[in-house]
Design a protein around this ligand. Structure first.
Ligand code: 5AD
Ligand code: SF4
Length: 438
């Protein structure tokens, strides 16, 4: 506890943007009781927001949990809570095997955390809630950034890609009501936010299950009307649901940023079928062509899984060819990791680990060259950034992102935090640009 008597909360977050945003929600829920701090060693409450998407993320969490043991033994009053996808996946078993845990909460029960803490204080008994009890329409947020905000527009996922644990941990898809989304965004604009990112596991199917609602292009149009918001981003898009109306909307409205994250997963249509992705490479590629025709200067990023069961050298070569053909600004590369309960986890034709590692490196090498070329192309051009603030390591360096979502660094003695700046690109690093203020 601090000298002011306020208890301290440390939040450690693994995984995707959705999880990071959930952590902002958790911090918001506990805002009146706890002060947020960085160093968990000084905390009264440590909450780990976990990710289960790959084994590696899960192992990182378990090793952190192991490191918390001595701290818990030393400070009995320390409360340890586990949130996120591993909580949902393992539930009571996680508690049974790790008695240092005081409460477990799934991603669909986040709003019950204050209640669980009360119950814990009253009874001293460990608490668990992995039910579907989120009230999703209005919720308190304690956001990291003061200029750029994530706004959740839907929860869960209905796609059931054969490798993916998300539908099991985050549940089936449901969309938030447009009114509450717009109210939140108007509130953000009034508080000085300039950029918002609409978040969902599959934003393109926003509103698809709600008969009275609006769809994603219509939602984008409505958000475009909010005064004060200069930039609109969204993630993640599923290629099978990205349609021409969305492409048209992207082309039409200047506030919608020319950057799309469109997970390809594999360049082999045979593997895409085995993954139950619902599109062929040819269909994907033709959507990319239409996107690029409609939106000049579009930046593209993607996710690729290497070594999916049954992936032959021929399939992998098709992925290499796809990457070379499309030329993404950057890609997120993952080694396939079997997840219990998913259809892919019982497939027998696994790719040996050394082959996966070799393919991973080959793909990475090719992408490095492409990314370098893409970033180099910016040198000599002008662009606009919203400055997030000085770098922690070097206060003379400040960073922001341009509409294409590329990271841009400037050197300046003036603190430009929160300002929209026109800059001229003077150089490029791997995955960032250097610039001077115009
Ligand atoms: N193994 C490896 N990568 C995976 N992803 C999802 N599930 C798995 C898995 N079982 C990747 C996909 C997805 C990204 C968020 O994580 O590429 O788009
Ligand atoms: Fe996000 Fe998926 Fe990880 Fe859950 S399992 S935190 S949804 S990446």
């Amino acid at each position: 506890m601090g000298p002011d008597g306020q208890k301290k909360l440390a939040l450690i977050t693994f995984g995707c943007q959705m999880n990071k945003h959930d952590s902002e929600w958790i911090a918001g829920l506990l805002d009146d009781q706890y002060q947020l701090i960085d160093d968990h060693k000084h905390a009264d409450l440590v909450i780990i927001n976990t990710c289960a998407v790959r084994d590696k993320a899960e192992q990182k969490f378990f090793s952190l949990l192991g490191r918390l043991k001595p701290l818990k033994n030393k400070t009995e009053s320390l409360i340890i809570g586990i949130a996120g996808c591993v909580s949902q996946e393992l539930g009571a078993n996680l508690l049974k095997r790790n008695p240092i845990i005081d409460f477990i909460v799934g991603p669909r029960a986040i709003n019950t955390i204050p209640n669980m803490l009360d119950n814990l204080a009253r009874t001293g008994e460990p608490q668990i809630n992995i039910s579907d009890s989120n009230i999703f329409e209005e919720y308190p947020m304690n956001r990291d950034s003061k200029y750029s905000a994530w706004v959740s527009i839907m929860q869960g996922c209905d796609n059931h890609c054969a490798y993916c644990i998300v539908p099991y941990t985050r549940g089936l898809e449901r969309s938030r009501k447009p009114d509450s989304i717009l109210k939140e965004i108007e509130g953000l604009a009034n508080n000085g936010y300039k950029e918002i990112t609409l978040l969902g596991q599959n934003v393109n199917s926003y509103g698809a299950k709600e008969s009275d609602g609006i769809d994603f292009p219509q939602l984008l149009r409505a958000v475009n009307e909010v005064d004060g918001i200069d930039r609109i981003r969204f993630m993640t898009s599923h290629p099978k649901d990205l349609n021409d109306r969305l492409i048209q909307t992207l082309a039409e409205f200047e506030k919608i940023c020319p950057s799309v994250h469109l997970p390809l997963q594999s360049g082999s249509s045979r593997i895409l079928k085995a993954m139950s992705r619902g599109y062929t490479f040819e269909e994907y590629s033709s959507k990319i062509n239409r996107l690029r025709e409609a939106v000049p200067d579009l930046a593209l990023t993607t996710d690729i899984i290497v070594g999916y069961p049954g992936e032959k050298e021929l399939d992998f070569n098709q992925t290499l060819a796809a990457i070379s053909q499309i030329e993404y600004e950057s890609i997120f590369l993952f080694k396939y990791s079997p997840r219990k309960g998913t259809p892919a986890s019982i497939m027998t034709d696994e790719v040996p680990f050394n082959v996966i590692s070799d393919r991973f490196l080959r793909l990475e090498k090719i992408q490095r060259v492409i990314s370098k070329k893409k970033y180099d192309n910016w040198v000599g051009r002008q662009t606009e950034i919203i400055v997030e603030g000085p770098s922690k390591k070097d206060p003379k360096k400040q960073s922001g992102r341009n509409p294409q979502n590329l990271m841009v660094h400037i050197d300046s003695d003036i603190d430009y935090t929160g300002t929209t700046l026109r800059v001229s690109i003077t150089g490029s690093n791997m995955y960032s640009l250097k610039a001077e203020v115009v």
